[in-house]
Design a binder for this molecule. Structure first.
Ligand code: TRP
Length: 525
């Protein structure tokens, strides 16, 4: 099997390029759409303590692990883990990347809807009189209604076109690897900060905007004893920092030798959480300024509650609405490329194939999957749950993959690196090239704290999961009542089967472990 040289794999041109790409990956729909709705759902200020614990005890350490694995082995996740823990490591790596592919499919479906709303902002989104083919919305709305507009949009085939446009944009950015990624993030990442700052100014200059900020940031310790809040914060942190799906390891595998992994991890984590903080301020500011009630699922907040607030700006609404969805599309695009790059890099490293071939293996099922999530068939005309088939599918898949895959992979990564490799070996490898050396406390975090926290929330959620029956089993689903069983089964069979095939069906020797020789290097220092 031809191994691909580092020259062919590509290397970031500069540290800035890498930091822009990694922070572009981290900052995305997670920071704008999911953070605000999670923070609201888990009670605003009550979310904060678990969130900070998640950042320092899990987020930053796991990012150091994922960057460290990529930078030392210069391989994507399965090969990097196979250097650390052999075949079982490789298996977990492929499982993680199969889950990444499932997430990419619906992540891009959401981006397709955002693109649809962005175009709609210039057309009918902010005009009164919308109707949608759902019982509550058959009558024309008296004023502007972004809710009606959104449901009208997802009940058409337009989002399928939008989804294909987003996949095509991803293809253009990914085709030459680091070279084209770097070009794109140099433009998109600053742009997205600029738009976010604009949004904040807007939200905070409205009467009542500050109340939202107070709601979000006044600590409330009542929720701290509820494990659901902790699980919510951990899953949010992993998703937001792009951890657990092989993304950060793939990006770090293109780093030049001697890169400072600790410094990069801190930089990317703080940039991401800073952006998330700003997004929270902007969104809660708008909510309170317009006394909006963010009921409904995860997507409702960004797709129709906030647009409803934007509608109040009258003549400016079109421009602002366009800008808001443009921000979502740009932030999401720099994340979706990283979600695709993880599996593509791994397939290249494993099979020795060209970049275009690896991308094709990801793009064909990926785009088909995204199309499934935009199926406009109406299964729930009364809108008691999700309305269309696509949105119902998305909700179910998100429930399983978002809540379980990332945290399970994170748990196994810290076990492999902490116990199988030995935490001190990774720490020494990382410390060779850093200005902020990690102390022995890091070993304690990797061996005990992180696995303990992750293990606890995972076991707790599994117990809760089945207490109330299968997720979404009670939802109106038209003739598709078997989906709540089929979706989790498909998730498990697709990801475990894919991982088994790639690991055991096509065995390859593990790359040489860069960690074994490390102790000599250190004593030489
Ligand atoms: N972090 C991105 C966001 O917040 C999404 C993302 C990209 C991601 N790569 C990932 C999430 C890997 C989990 C794992 O929108």
């Amino acid at each position: 099997m031809a191994t691909i040289s580092q020259e062919e794999r590509g290397t970031w041109n500069s540290k800035l390029g890498f930091v822009l790409a990694a922070s572009g990956s981290a900052i995305g729909l997670g920071n704008i759409v999911f953070f605000a709705s999670n923070a609201y759902q888990y009670g605003g200020g009550a979310f904060y303590l678990p969130y900070f614990v998640a950042l320092f005890a899990l987020g930053i350490p796991v990012m150091i692990v994922e960057f460290g694995l990529g930078a030392s082995t210069r391989r994507a996740l399965p090969q990097a883990l196979s250097a650390v823990a052999g075949k079982r490591g490789e298996f977990v790596g492929w499982w993680s990347l199969s889950c990444a592919l499932l997430i990419t499919m619906y992540y891009i479906a959401i981006l397709g809807w955002a693109l649809g709303m962005m175009v709609g902002a210039l057309g009918g989104l902010f005009e009164p009189g919308a109707t949608a083919p759902f019982a509550p919305f058959l009558e024309p709305s008296a004023g502007v209604s972004s809710t009606v507009y959104f449901f009208d949009l997802i009940a058409t085939y337009w989002p399928m076109l939008a989804v294909l446009v987003i996949w095509a944009l991803n293809g253009m950015i990914l085709i030459k690897g680091t070279a084209t990624i770097e070009k794109a993030v140099r433009i998109f990442v600053p742009l997205m900060w600029l738009f976010m700052i604009g949004l904040i100014v807007l939200a905070l200059t409205r009467d009542g905007g500050l109340d939202g900020v107070l709601y979000l940031f006044t600590p409330d310790f009542a929720g701290v004893s509820d494990p659901a809040v902790w699980k919510g914060a951990f899953a949010q942190m992993f998703f937001s920092l792009s951890l657990g799906l092989g993304t950060m390891t793939a990006y770090a595998s293109y780093l030049p030798k001697r890169s400072d992994v600790v410094n990069n991890s801190l930089l990317v984590s703080f940039m991401n959480c800073g952006f998330e903080f700003l997004a929270g301020v902007a969104i809660f500011g708008l909510l309170f300024a317009f006394a909006l009630n963010p009921v409904g699922g995860t997507l409702s907040l960004s797709f129709f509650v906030i647009p409803q607030g934007i509608a109040e700006f009258g003549a400016l609404a079109k421009v602002l609405g366009f800008a808001f969805f443009f921000l979502m599309v740009v932030a999401g695009l720099t994340s979706s490329i990283s979600l695709i790059e993880g599996p593509a890099a791994a397939l290249r490293d494993k099979l020795g194939i060209s970049r275009a071939a690896a991308l094709a293996i990801v793009f064909v099922p990926g785009a088909l999957g995204s199309l499934a999530y935009t199926l406009p068939t109406i299964v729930d005309p009364g809108l008691a749950a999700n309305g269309t088939l696509g949105l119902s599918l998305l909700d179910m898949m998100d429930h399983w993959v978002f809540n379980y895959s990332l945290l399970t992979v994170g748990f196994l990564e810290v076990i492999f690196v902490g116990w199988v490799l030995g935490a001190s070996k990774l720490r020494r490898a990382v410390n060779l090239h850093t200005r902020i050396p990690l102390g022995p406390w890091f070993d304690v975090v990797l061996k005990y704290v992180a696995p303990g926290l992750l293990g606890f929330v995972l076991i707790w959620s599994l117990i809760q999961e089945f207490g109330g029956g299968l997720y979404a089993a009670g939802n109106p689903l038209g003739g598709f009542d078997w989906l709540p069983v089929a979706v989790p089964l498909f998730w498990l069979i697709f990801t475990l089967g894919g991982a088994a095939y790639l690991t055991y069906g096509r065995p390859t020797p593990p790359p040489p472990s860069p960690f074994d020789t490390m102790s000599d290097d250190v004593s030489a220092l």
